[in-house]
Ligand binder design. Sequence first.
Ligand code: AHR
Length: 381
Amino acid sequence: MLHCRKFRMMISVMLALFLGGFALMPVSLESEEAFQDIQSLQQVRLSEEEREMLERDAVANEGDILTIGLSQIGSESDWRIASTASVQACFSSRNGYDLIFDDAQQKQENQLKAIREFIDQDVDYIILDPCVETGWDSVLKEAKEAGIPVIVYDRRVDVSDEGLYVAWVGSDFRLEGDRACAWLREFLKSKNMTDSIGIVDLQGTLGASAQIGRTEALEAAVRENEGWNLIAQESGDFTEGKGQEVMRDLLNRLGDKIDVVYCENDNMAYGAINALKEKGYTVGTDLAKGDKLVLSFDATRNGLKLTLDGGIAVNTECSPLYGPILTDMVVKLDQGQALAHDTYIEEGQFSALSYIGSIRVSDRSYPVTALTEDLIRTRTY
Ligand code: AHR
């Protein structure tokens, strides 16, 4: 059924096309324009592959205006800002979408409210990046009863019935954590370091998949590796400010006992490094000389710069570029195609230390890419 909002939207797109001197035809994406859109949105750029996917999907969308209600968590990190830029650029009116974007300011109650509003507005699809894993059953049931398909991305929902959402795509956060810990093990082995080490864990937002998976991996590694002592765990809520505050507090309490700072995202790593420097500590990989070794996740451009400079010893990637992936999913659903229910995205790992070229997790080998300036230049966020 074509409701008012969609009708108004369709008219405005038709008018725009007409005024632009085009015949009424499928809305097709101008790659260069999309590229500029994205650059203006937080300097995020698309890879060739993403551009091609976007172009294909825009044509497949055939001028049919799809209304998307997208509930974003907030803007707590550089990762999140890049993720928002990616989805906003891809679900653009030029591509045939009417995107109703809601920023929940890191509060689940705001996400629940936004989803209920999307249902009232009878959107075609709801897309959700859930702040935390639990507490979604009722609202997802309401969406299902209203006949609106829900796609979940990045973090996961923990619900009684997985049929409450059509598909999820995101990171394997536990694997990310396992890879970071496997790198630390290799690093300590390469230095013949058998002394006990004190580790502090700067956790993300408690209850978020990204926190749960990364924290579980560290806890498991601490159980498995003799001499690894987890001396503190505290949430920095994935933000630089909170990360700095928490690290200051940990240094006041534990100072010299800390050897390794396991930061569950880049922004908290920036905050932790600021706090360490404030207190006169050095950051690096020479633990024998008193350096504090920092591990991080995301591998944003700034995170990678800090990794190349030696501030972060290893940075495990978490990709925020969901725009092209989600538009592809929506187009497929709209064409009646089935989607895989759960899809993990492939991610990398980066370090300035080139001698650890790979690590192993559960009998599988994963590459560790040696960082270069050139590689950082190609980073789009
Ligand atoms: O859910 C992805 C995580 O959330 C990223 O690691 C972090 O930076 C973001 O805020």
